[in-house]
Design a binder for this molecule. Structure first.
Ligand code: NIG
Ligand code: FE
Length: 404
């Protein structure tokens, strides 16, 4: 691998996990695909100054973005349902009538592996164009042991087709399939838990998730799943308090979850549980926007309790039909009033923490992977301000610069 030094750039290192950590006239030395040194160019140690040098022409360099919550492997779409919702039907009504997640389950079951893969790759390419280097992908549209495992196998195959790190999450506890409509506890045992054990044995599972909600699973059912995850040594995360307050986040914190996600209905007094457990709050403004939600996640309480806030696209065909992490950053500022600095930390260092990957990704610091995004701006606020467009000038992948 080409050891080298990148110069002629402003670096937003995110090294302290909270602020941009801006270095103007920065030098970043990479060796064996890892960051060896970062700082002001005049301070570059002499032995590293001997390495070949790539001038980035005044660009802004940030850590590569990390997409920490997506459902981007799925069949079909739900454009029709979108129209129905605009006509007045609610997300929950549509789900209770057998639409919603269940309609994507039918389309996913009907799609071939190649169809699922090719559709997913288009969404992956959109994320890559936003400077993303890591994508978490959940199962949850198969809802049988075989179909859930198939989704994760397809997700893992993406790494063979694109220069991207894929992290896979077992989300069989996403919705009840028609076969188990009247027997949710049997579904939890026979599909969610039995399937988790098989998928884990095949090495397909990096984390375990659930949808704790009136139209999803009860806290008692989620607890059962989390207990098995704990026995298997797998980290957990949870869709919690998206549509109502079932105390899912408190349950997630009890299990030391990597993250609790959505959180619009999280009560202020429950926020300290997340802080104590070191659980990341993953904010999903795309779902808030699409469902025309009006209740905001308790941002001030999260801030006051120093709960790390990540931002993700939630890319899925129902509640968040979008494949741009940068748009999620923009929305997190306009809708949730995050600062642009918080939004970038949310899509880099805190997103990496939500995946248990803080040692490798999320900041530009010695010892981390040399995975960066190179942007056509000098100002990091720009990334959370400009809607759409093509801001990425290039990517640094395993320490090598690839211009777009
Ligand atoms: O994160 N909340 C549950 N899961 C997804 C929605 C999935 C769907 O509607 O297809 C979410 O919003
Ligand atoms: Fe989700």
């Amino acid at each position: 691998m080409g050891d080298q030094v990148f110069t002629g750039c402003t670096a937003a290192t995110l090294a302290d996990g909270a602020t941009y950590g801006l270095i103007e006239n920065a030098a970043i030395a990479v060796q064996d695909g890892m960051v060896a040194w970062v700082g002001e160019a005049p301070n570059l140690p002499a032995e590293l100054a001997k390495l070949p040098c790539t001038d980035l022409g005044g660009a802004l360099v940030t850590p590569a973005l990390v997409e920490c919550h997506s459902h981007l492997v799925f069949g079909g779409d739900r454009a029709r349902e979108f129209a129905l919702r605009l006509g007045g039907a609610s997300y929950e009504e549509i789900a209770r009538q057998g639409g919603g997640i269940r309609s994507t389950v039918s389309a996913t079951r009907d799609a071939s592996n190649e169809e699922l893969l090719n559709a997913a790759l288009r969404r992956v390419d959109d994320l890559i164009a936003d400077g993303v280097a890591v994508i978490e992908i959940k199962s949850g549209y198969g809802l049988s042991v075989e179909q859930e495992m198939r989704m994760l196998r397809v997700a893992r195959r993406i790494e063979n087709h694109r220069p991207i790190r894929i992290v896979t999450t077992w989300l069989a506890a996403h919705a009840l399939p028609p076969e188990y409509a009247d027997t949710p506890d049997a579904y939890v045992e026979e599909v969610v838990i039995a399937g988790l054990k098989r998928a884990h044995a095949e090495g397909l599972v990096d984390a375990v998730d659930g949808f704790c909600e009136g139209i999803g699973f009860t806290p008692a059912q989620i607890r059962r799943v989390f207990e098995v995850a704990r026995e298997l040594g797998l980290p957990v995360k949870l869709h919690a308090e998206q549509l109502s307050d079932l105390k899912g986040a408190v349950l997630a914190a009890e299990f030391g979850a990597l993250s609790a996600d959505h959180l619009e209905f999280l009560a202020d007094e429950d926020v300290p549980h997340l802080a104590k457990a070191g659980t990341v709050a993953v904010l999903l403004p795309g779902a808030f926007f699409t469902l025309r939600e009006t209740r905001l996640p308790p941002i001030s309480a999260l801030r006051a309790n120093r709960v790390p806030m990540a931002v993700a696209s939630d890319c899925n065909p129902g509640s968040s039909p979008m494949s741009s992490l940068r748009l999620a950053m923009v929305m997190s500022c306009t809708l949730f009033r995050l600062t642009p600095e918080e939004a970038l930390a949310g899509a880099t260092c805190h997103a990496a923490a939500a995946l248990g990957l803080s040692d490798e990704y999320g900041s530009i610091a010695a010892g981390k992977r040399a995975e960066f995004a190179v942007w056509d701006t000098k100002c990091p606020d720009f990334l959370s301000y400009w809607i759409g467009g093509d801001l990425l000038r290039g990517r640094i992948i395993h320490g090598e610069y690839h211009e777009r």
